[in-house]
Design a binder for this molecule. Structure first.
Ligand SMILES: [Zn+2]
Length: 288
């Protein structure tokens, strides 16, 4: 079986040769394609940068790891397997939005990633947009809407990290406004109840399993029933960094053990991904 990972952050600081080994590792364990999330525009000041990164990921943030994301194309073109689908991580983009999204598409980005955290999230240890950019929640909604509007025009699917317990209404409106654009709201939107209502109402809404292993372990029965119910809309996402492909493997192993039904497992790691990503692909090349 071939596997697809919808959620890998493009942080690495090893040599190109070592990175080649990491891609080789993913190919060997069966990955046909991975989405990499690339923060190509970011503030110079590293402390400002850290304000928009969950505390758990701060150890990956080094000057070299940031520089490696500015232009990922010469690097990813060196490796053919697994196929790499770059998502522009637009969390720091505030201005010239139309032009930047258009240019990113021309460069080869095929999707957009957003971290919609307008206020501080103390659980994930993210300072949020208010503290980082000094802008109120409404302004962050406006900027996020604009990025989504232009990504949608460019046929780019959108991966948007958002806590639906707080911002579910805003996201519901967006999903309704862009029915032809597919959205992945990772981590089950931090609320199975809230994401269920979006999944029920919007066929362009997907979610992924990123960083949910410990929650699934604590409450397997209700997570299994959620997965059973929404088996056509859940994607496999490891939330790993590309520099640590072992985490992709351990997450895949976990999901494989957790979901006993092989047909549902196949949907999560393979079939659903193809439906989710198909929009930007229909105009370029078919998936492997
Ligand atoms: Zn993530």
């Amino acid at each position: 079986m071939k596997y697809y990972d919808a959620h890998i952050h493009f942080f690495y600081q090893c040599s190109l040769n070592e990175l080649k080994g990491k891609f080789g590792f993913l190919e060997k364990i069966g990955f046909a394609s991975i989405n990499i999330l690339v923060i190509s525009e970011f503030p110079e000041e590293i402390n400002t940068y850290l304000k928009m990164i969950p505390g758990a990921y701060h150890p990956y943030v080094t000057r070299k790891a940031l520089e490696n994301q500015k232009d990922p194309f010469p690097v990813i073109q060196l490796f053919h397997q697994p196929e790499t689908i770059p998502f522009l991580d637009a969390r720091f983009i505030e201005n010239n939005i139309e032009e930047k999204i258009k240019m990113s598409r021309q460069k080869g980005y095929q999707g957009v990633k957003l971290l919609f955290v307008p206020e501080e999230d103390s659980t994930l240890r993210i300072d949020g947009m208010e503290k980082t950019f000094g802008r109120p929640c409404k302004q962050s909604e406006k900027i996020t809407s604009l990025i989504i509007e232009h990504a949608s025009t460019q046929d780019m699917p959108i991966l948007i990290h958002v806590d639906l317990r707080k911002y579910g209404d805003f996201v519901g409106e967006i999903l309704g406004s862009y029915p032809k654009t597919n959205f992945n709201i990772p981590h089950f939107g931090f609320s199975r109840k809230a994401i269920s209502s979006l999944l029920d109402r919007h066929s362009n809404c997907y979610t992924d399993t990123a960083s949910l292993e410990s929650f699934m372990e604590k409450d397997p029965v209700s997570y299994k029933s959620f997965i059973q119910q929404y088996q056509d809309r859940i994607l496999f996402g490891s939330d790993a960094v590309i520099g640590q492909p072992e985490r992709v493997q351990s997450t895949l192993d976990f999901i494989s053990r957790f979901i006993e039904n092989r047909e549902i497992f196949h949907k999560l790691v393979n079939k659903n991904y193809k439906n989710y990503i198909s929009k930007s692909f229909s105009k370029t090349s078919p998936l492997p």
